[in-house]
Design a protein around this ligand. Structure first.
Ligand code: S3P
Length: 433
């Protein structure tokens, strides 16, 4: 049980480069595995979640060089090159790993079982099990197929294409169905209430697959082959950068440059919300790598004020709401976060866990079924806080501690390694230079 002790910072300074994007890293190994030819990946996230996905691909017969490092070579075996795993595939803490892999396995003509840790076992799986069943993959799990472990006997050549209207804006659901749809005859379409992150669509294109989009509907024609092309360079994760963006925004005296951050518009809600709150954030050196926009992000301390966060903004900032709640606690006035019920089914119930931890630090928080309202003002005081087994709660509380009065202790922080290895070292480097 690792504790993190955070003292108040006098300002975050200098330049930092953060680990690779988690969403893109998961997809890079899945897609490279079913492509024709070898793919060189750089910037691969060495966090536990993405290592588990890579190890699962090895269990499906894929040779991967460099596992455990940021540079991988994946020897793709083509669309029908995966083989039946001998044992259960363990995705650890990762909802993305489990749900995307379930979609891919729905298209195979073999049997597999997906499992994970105590937290992943509680997360909803009906959202993928139900559409994958409709497509003809025999998919089951605990509690009538609503919880993992999941057992999947793929539909192979008999899989049907889908016209699926998802009740939630979820890139994991969309991606699972599109990956299954790649194995079906005909066109698969997925619609969602608002647009979720589009890394799957972009990566399909990177591998030469034709994907069409119309509003919030994505369409892919089945049986297209993926072609390995140039090197796949993964930018740093904007969801990891978010902790530093908020930290530098709330700690007086800060001026920080975060290099090479992925700034895909479906992910930049954190920047838009912070700018609406009055933050001093500028993007420099905008460019594109492997079909994804990237930039260097400069953040200077400014006084923040409360805002409303709701509607289409929610999927664009879904993983950053916990740390935005920290920003709101240091802002002048009220911040309201609504339409965010999805937060309750993440690695923890992030509405309940953030409200609980911020209250320990003296914050004024009202909780709603689909969000919360925070009243900022006098700042926060250090406290002994808990991660609730959730990496983003641990890092959010640590950021809150940088601007608090007195010491903050965050308990049970080993979960941070699921998405952000090296977080403590980088935070200390920037915050106490
Ligand atoms: C992810 C999608 C989001 C996000 C998760 C990563 C992805 O989940 O919260 O951290 O890589 O597709 P949902 O699609 O369930 O909203």
């Amino acid at each position: 049980m690792a504790d993190l002790r955070i003292q108040p910072s006098q300002g975050l300074q200098g330049e930092i480069t953060l680990p690779g994007d988690k969403s893109i890293s998961h997809r890079s190994v899945l897609f490279a595995a079913i492509a024709d030819g070898d793919t060189r990946i750089s910037g691969f996230l060495t966090g536990e979640d993405t290592q588990n996905t890579a190890r699962a691909m090895q269990s499906l017969g894929i040779e991967i060089e460099g596992l455990g490092t940021e540079r991988l070579v994946v020897h793709g075996k083509g669309l029908d090159g995966l083989s039946e795993p001998v044992s259960v595939l363990d995705l650890g803490n990762s909802g993305t790993g489990m749900r995307l892999l379930a979609g891919l396995l729905a298209g195979q003509d073999f049997f597999s079982i997906l499992t994970g840790d105590q937290y992943l076992m509680k997360r909803p799986m009906a959202r993928i099990v139900e559409p994958l069943r409709r497509m003809g993959a025999k998919t089951d799990g605990r509690s009538g197929g609503t919880l993992a472990p999941l057992a999947i006997r793929g539909g192979g050549k008999t899989l049907c294409s889908a016209q699926y209207v998802s009740p939630v804006a979820s890139a994991q659901v969309k991606s699972a169905i599109l990956l299954a749809g790649l194995y079906a005859d005909g066109e698969t379409r997925v619609s969602e209430p608002s647009k979720s992150r589009d890394h799957t669509e972009r990566m399909f294109r990177f591998f030469g697959v034709d994907v069409r989009e119309q509003g919030t509907t994505v369409m892919v024609q089945g049986r297209q082959r993926l072609r390995a092309s140039g090197p796949l360079e993964i930018p740093s994760d904007i969801s990891s950068a978010a902790f530093f963006m908020v930290a530098a925004s709330i700690v007086p005296g800060s001026d920080l440059l975060i290099r090479n951050v992925g700034v895909n518009p479906t992910r930049t809600g954190i920047i838009d919300v912070l700018q609406n709150m009055g933050a001093g954030i500028t993007l420099q050196n905008l460019r594109e790598q492997a079909g994804e926009p990237t930039a260097d992000v400069r953040v200077r301390h400014r006084k923040l004020h409360g805002v409303q966060i709701a509607g289409d903004m929610i999927p664009r900032a879904i993983d950053e709401i916990p740390v935005l709640a920290v920003a709101a606690s240091y802002a002048e006035g009220k911040t309201s976060i609504r339409n965010a019920a999805e937060l309750r089914v993440k690695e923890s119930d992030r509405i309940a866990t953030m409200a609980e931890e911020l209250r320990k630090m003296g914050a004024t928080v009202a909780e709603f079924p689909d969000g919360m309202e925070l009243t900022g003002g006098d700042g926060l005081r250090g406290a002994v806080c808990d991660s609730h087994g959730d990496h983003r709660i641990a890092m959010s509380v640590a950021v809150a501690g940088l601007a608090a009065r007195g010491e903050t202790v965050v308990r049970d922080t080993e979960w941070i390694d699921t998405s952000f290895p090296g977080f403590e070292r980088l935070l200390r480097q920037a915050a106490y230079a």
